[in-house]
Design a protein around this ligand. Structure first.
Ligand code: MN
Length: 178
């Protein structure tokens, strides 16, 4: 099962993250982005495919500048329900740190082959056409395509959760020791 690795890495008695169960693929494919302040600050970019979220850790986060090629490292599949998750993962657990839901929406696949996935995102913050290009092993480049949304936003301007409107520090206070 594609969520076995996800489940093995986590102790669900300690973390509030959802348990990994496969779900039916949605009619409209979903995506989400989490801003995750763990041992390293990064963004997690997740795309629904075959009932799970294909997941990529993006150290610098996505960029609206088509000239930027942002490294996106494929990690273990996550359950679909993870698209609603934000909170605090205990420090000594896998991925320990603060997670805010940074963006969420639907997407469509425009093109794919062995190395390239081209998609259109319909999020609150991420919009328009993007490419994920496999450069080697689990390493991909996330690139904004040149369309009317190119250079629309600077992603660093968005410091709050799209779900709760809270910042990372506020999420930390709210969920710590709960
Ligand atoms: Mn992460």
């Amino acid at each position: 099962m594609s969520l076995d690795i996800y489940n093995k890495k986590r102790n669900f008695k300690k973390t509030k993250e959802p348990k990994g169960v496969n779900e039916k693929t949605s009619k409209r494919l979903k995506f989400c982005v989490q801003h995750h302040l763990a041992s390293h600050d990064h963004y997690d970019f997740r795309l629904e495919l075959n009932g799970v979220l294909k997941s990529f850790a993006v150290p610098k986060g996505p960029s609206y500048n088509p000239k930027d090629k942002r490294l996106a490292i494929m990690v273990e599949d996550h359950p679909l329900s993870y698209r609603n998750f934000e909170g605090v993962i205990p420090e000594d657990e896998y991925g320990g740190g603060v997670v805010i839901l940074w963006d969420r929406g639907t997407y469509k696949i425009n093109y794919y082959d062995e190395k390239v996935l081209k998609i259109t995102l319909y999020g609150k913050r991420l919009k328009g056409s993007w490419s994920l290009i496999n450069i080697e092993d689990n390493n991909f480049l996330l690139i904004k395509e040149n369309d009317k949304y190119a250079n629309l936003y600077k992603i660093n301007n968005f410091k709050t959760s799209i779900k709760s409107n809270l910042t990372m520090m506020q999420i930390k206070k709210k969920y710590q020791d709960k």
